[in-house]
Design a protein around this ligand. Structure first.
Ligand SMILES: NC(=O)c1ccc[n+]([C@@H]2O[C@H](COP(=O)([O-])OP(=O)(O)OC[C@H]3O[C@@H](n4cnc5c(N)ncnc54)[C@H](O)[C@@H]3O)[C@@H](O)[C@H]2O)c1
Length: 272
């Protein structure tokens, strides 16, 4: 299968580091002209040097996804300069851990504002451009927390469930204009958001034990999905939440399979 995204224009939020950085680079490598947005200007500058070596027309801008006026101005400028917007990846997100009775309102508001309202504001600004062109791809960062919340992370899980629901609702609204809307549920991908790479070995093993594939994911695993969802080959997929979590949600106790595998030694094959 040949994915042809050459010449398309994509806006990626939270592009400065982690998964968003890899999504932006992967799209650029597929010939997409990217508009990278993030709060962090240093990360953006570093990224843009790499991206512009691949696609010189690429743009980047410091942008807070909670800033409706700033978003409109950047989206309108990008559309005018680059001839439209084909793809929007709402990847920016924040997390905050606390039990409900210890959670402060500021943290709750920040998480809902960035993860949910930010997604809404970006879509609101981009959709008129996609409607005019009669096509578009919107791809939103959810999480497996949208389906199964983690203890101590309820504000984040609630926000991601809202993103998943928003994705379905919006898919229904914009279907007639040939705009698809999907969400991705990454996990577990070590980034600066979750600090998985810095955990002690026993804690790492505990987390990996919850996965059917028992290994960390990579940002490239998500970027590959984004490239596919952006392509013509994915034109009949909309309103979905796609889980890229090494089978986090597949089985109840994945270690039961590993116990059997290990019973046969290193190769996991019955010598008989
Ligand atoms: N890493 C994982 O395993 C995992 C799992 C589930 C979901 N996710 C989701 O995937 C997305 C990317 O996660 P990541 O691990 O790369 O996180 P990350 O923290 O490494 O990157 C998030 C990026 O978003 C930017 N950002 C934060 N607030 C912003 C704002 N108000 N406006 C603009 N940009 C803002 C940050 O500056 C940062 O560059 C997030 O939405 C996250 O919730 C990640």
């Amino acid at each position: 299968m040949q994915i042809d995204l050459g010449g398309k224009v994509a806006i990626v939020t939270g592009a400065g580091r982690g998964i968003g950085r890899e999504i932006t680079l992967a799209l650029a490598r597929e010939g997409v002209i990217t508009v990278a947005l993030d709060l962090n200007s240093t990360d953006l500058e570093n990224l843009s040097r790499e991206v512009e070596a691949i696609t010189p027309d690429a743009m980047h801008a410091v942008c807070d996804v909670r800033d409706a006026d700033g978003i409109r101005s950047i989206v309108d400028t990008a559309s005018e300069n680059l001839g439209g917007i084909d793809i929007l990846v709402n990847n920016a997100g924040v997390v905050g851990d606390a039990l409900v009775d210890e959670l402060d309102e500021g943290t709750w508001d920040l998480i809902q504002d960035v993860n949910v309202k930010g997604t809404f504001l970006m879509c609101r600004a981009v959709i008129p451009h996609m409607k005019r062109r009669g096509s578009g791809r919107i791809i939103n960062a959810a999480s497996f927390a949208a389906i199964s919340p983690r203890v101590g992370s309820i504000a984040y899980a609630t926000s991601k469930a809202a993103v998943a629901h928003f994705t379905r609702g919006l898919a229904g609204e914009v279907g007639p204009w040939n705009i698809t809307v999907n969400a991705y549920a990454p996990g577990m991908i070590p980034t600066a958001m979750n600090h998985f790479a810095e955990l002690p070995d026993d804690k790492k093993a505990e987390l990996l034990d919850t996965l059917t594939l028992r290994r960390w994911g990579s940002a490239a695993d998500i970027a590959n999905l984004i490239c596919f969802l952006s392509s013509d080959q994915a034109s009949y997929i909309t309103g979905t939440l796609i889980d890229v979590s090494g089978g986090k949600l597949a089985t109840q106790i994945p270690s039961e399979a590993y116990d059997r595998f290990n019973a046969y030694g290193e190769e996991g094959v019955d010598p008989a």
